[in-house]
Write a protein that binds this ligand. Structure first.
Ligand SMILES: [Zn+2]
Length: 210
């Protein structure tokens, strides 16, 4: 998979288990306050027991997916960059709010309400900007998840494991086939199983042509 450096494998602790759930694995880079990157050395975290329950095919798909995250350094700088963009945009947005309030005070003489208006406007700007950044970040993450699946499928031909894993997610882990909404940062189990099936069909087609 063109990964030439060691990856440290760790069991998930209680904090990680409560955040990510028992049926999960993820790649993590050391960060200060979970935002500022400290090292580009990847750690592969997996919950104890969950991994052993999977079939070798499913393990292959999952390991491939996580290794793609490690290879492309997904989430190493991303959260920090998004936070920086948010703070810069917030700074300029707040400047504009300040100017807008000054303008209103000049045109209309409601000096008594100035403070309340300012508080409401600042909160509104903060909440809406925060929402926009969160939605953008979720779309961005969804694209990274898609990339990790696609590269795992292409490099390891791990579609059989992928199909079984997403079926297990719904049947055994009680996840939904379809996950919607603006804060979803993964393709749905349905989408993921579908592109595993497509990869499987393409492969058997290639074999029959070959
Ligand atoms: Zn992932």
């Amino acid at each position: 998979m063109s990964i030439h450096e060691p990856i440290i494998i760790r069991k998930m602790n209680h904090k990680a288990l409560s955040g990510f759930g028992y049926n999960n694995a993820f790649v993590y880079f050391a960060k200060f306050f979970n935002f500022i990157p400290l090292s580009s050395k990847p750690f592969f975290f997996v919950s104890d027991g969950f991994f052993e329950d999977l079939s070798p095919e499913e393990q292959l798909f999952l390991i491939g997916h996580e290794l793609v995250h490690a290879k492309h350094r997904h989430l190493l700088y991303d959260q920090f960059i998004f936070l920086l963009i948010f703070l810069i945009l917030l700074f300029f947005a707040f400047l504009q709010v300040g100017r807008f309030i000054n303008y209103l005070v000049r045109i209309y003489s409601f000096k008594n309400y100035e403070k309340y208006l300012a508080i409401v406007l600042y909160i509104l700007v903060f909440v809406s900007l925060n929402l926009c950044i969160k939605v953008t970040f979720c779309c961005y993450r969804k694209q990274q998840e898609w990339q990790a699946d696609q590269e795992s499928l292409a490099l390891l031909k791990s579609y059989n494991g992928g199909i079984k894993f997403f079926e297990r997610c719904v049947r055994e882990y009680r996840q939904d086939w379809h996950s919607g909404g603006i804060f979803v940062d993964h393709p749905s189990n349905y989408e993921r199983r579908m592109y595993c099936l497509t990869a499987q069909q393409n492969e058997s087609l290639n074999k029959s042509i070959g």
